[in-house]
Write a protein that binds this ligand. Structure first.
Ligand SMILES: *Cc1c(COP(=O)(O)O)cnc(C)c1O
Length: 437
């Protein structure tokens, strides 16, 4: 049965981020429960990447299944101009309630990339609307990743994934990101250099920067590179002093990944625009939100359509996504989920320290439920051969891991049990021993 399906897949499906000429046969996922994925041939895999960082509470979580089913039988979709609906309004209000300051105005879209596009477009039009159209430049961070649409690629161009489309991208200046790890005693100097670079970038084009965009605390796709909260706070202060806007891309860090519900809370800062997606529906439906400070939104009010934000998507604020988002928030706000996140962090800490002590891994780092380290000789970067080897060995042990080059990371759903997480780390320990020996 799977053979027929795979033949059809090979003939008709184009998979993302995949070189189909050399890629192995894909696994056929049939179902999921908790942190486990089950394939058609009955294999069970522990999903340690939360299915590309979207799943929060486990696969097919009954509470979210229920909420989506109920909503689907009631109202599956409605045009969101001239209409509103209860799930969208409630979700917007609850997101605003969790975000700091006057981050009160929620614009819905479809995925992380569109959340970023919306933020970039809002920033530019904001300056035009307030009579400063000269503020039309963006600054990002080296190693930043913001998605695969044209504007998002431009903002993340330093990630190096986009050479085929270089000609399409608009210029975005980048400054260094002072990634750090356990026992790093050089971080203060790197932070100072990064802040100097930001100062110089501002000084070279006074009054021209529309916004600075950053992944707060963790650069995900760039290799789970982590910075200190105090660095982010220093960036926010400088952006504020320059008068530019700060866009935080919390597409990966949002919804509890770094500990608190949002990374900006951990850093104690209030950005002007926040991009949310991935975990927003608990991993059930594609949806995103760009949340703006009310003071930004005010600049789009006026008598003419010209100052309005003329942007939207067919499925904007899809009721099923909103219903899933509300059910996911119910779970996130519960004491159980907070306790689970703390337990995951504690186990990560122990196991990372143990591996580091025995010299199995380098540059260990941890932020909330995200643990990362380098494997192999280090420095091999994204093309490192060890990544695919670990991935294959892990699959053999029933573990779904996707190292980013020589960076091994764990980003499990919050429902993962202590026993499951220890099994994952035991497996990693054994795989690293095999590869070393
Ligand atoms: C995944 C990701 C995106 C892009 O989201 P998509 O849903 O894949 O378009 C943007 N920013 C960050 C930080 C991400 O991790």
């Amino acid at each position: 049965m799977s053979a027929d399906l795979l033949a059809l897949d090979a003939r008709h499906v184009w998979h993302p981020f995949t070189q189909s000429a050399t890629a192995g046969v894909p696994l056929v996922a049939a179902s999921g429960h908790g942190a486990t994925l089950v394939t058609e041939d009955g294999r069970e895999l522990l999903d340690l990447v939360s299915s590309w960082w979207v799943n929060l509470h486990g696969h097919a979580h009954p509470a979210i299944v229920e909420a989506v089913a109920r909503q689907a039988a009631t109202l599956e979709q409605v045009i969101f101009a001239d209409f509103t609906h209860r799930p969208a309004v409630e979700l917007a209000a609850r997101l605003a309630g969790h975000l700091p300051g006057d981050l009160d105005r929620v614009f819905f879209s479809d995925d992380g990339s569109t959340a970023v596009e919306v933020a970039l477009k809002m920033a530019l039009q904001y300056w035009r609307n307030v009579g400063q159209p000269g503020r039309d430049r963006f600054i990002g961070f080296e190693g930043g990743y913001h998605g695969d649409t044209v504007g998002a690629m431009s903002a993340g161009r330093a990630s190096g994934f986009f050479s085929a489309w270089e000609g399409l991208l608009f210029p975005v200046e980048t400054v260094p990101f002072p990634a750090t790890w356990d026992g790093d005693d050089q971080v203060a100097a790197r932070e100072a250099a990064a802040l100097d670079a930001l100062d110089r970038a501002f000084a070279a084009q006074p009054g021209r920067v529309a916004a600075v965009i950053a992944e707060p605390l963790i650069q995900g796709a760039g290799g789970m590179r982590m910075c200190r909260p105090s660095f982010l706070a220093a960036v926010a202060e400088r952006v504020r002093a320059e008068g530019a806007l700060l866009i935080l891309d919390e597409v990966m860090t949002g919804f509890g990944r770094t500990g608190p519900l949002f990374a900006c809370l951990k850093a104690g800062i209030t950005p002007d625009l926040v991009c949310l997606s991935k975990g927003i529906t608990g991993g059930f439906l594609p949806m995103a939100a760009t949340v703006a400070r009310e003071s930004i939104h005010q600049a789009f009010l006026g008598a003419s359509l010209d100052v309005a934000f003329l942007h939207g998507h067919s499925y904007t604020a899809n009721p099923l996504g909103c219903a899933a988002g509300l059910a996911s928030l119910d779970l996130l706000e519960g004491a159980d989920c907070t306790a689970r996140r703390a337990a995951i962090e504690a186990i990560h800490r122990d196991r990372l320290d143990d591996l580091a002590r025995r010299g199995r891994v380098g540059r260990t780092r941890l932020c909330g439920t995200v643990a990362a380290c380098t494997v192999g000789d280090g420095g091999a970067g994204y093309g490192a051969a060890i990544g695919p080897k670990i991935k294959a060995a892990a699959l053999g042990r029933g573990l779904l891991l996707r190292p980013l080059g020589d960076v091994l990371y764990l980003l499990p759903p919050y429902c993962v049990t202590d026993a499951e997480l220890h099994r994952a780390w035991d497996g990693i320990d054994a795989i690293l021993a095999e590869l070393a020996g």
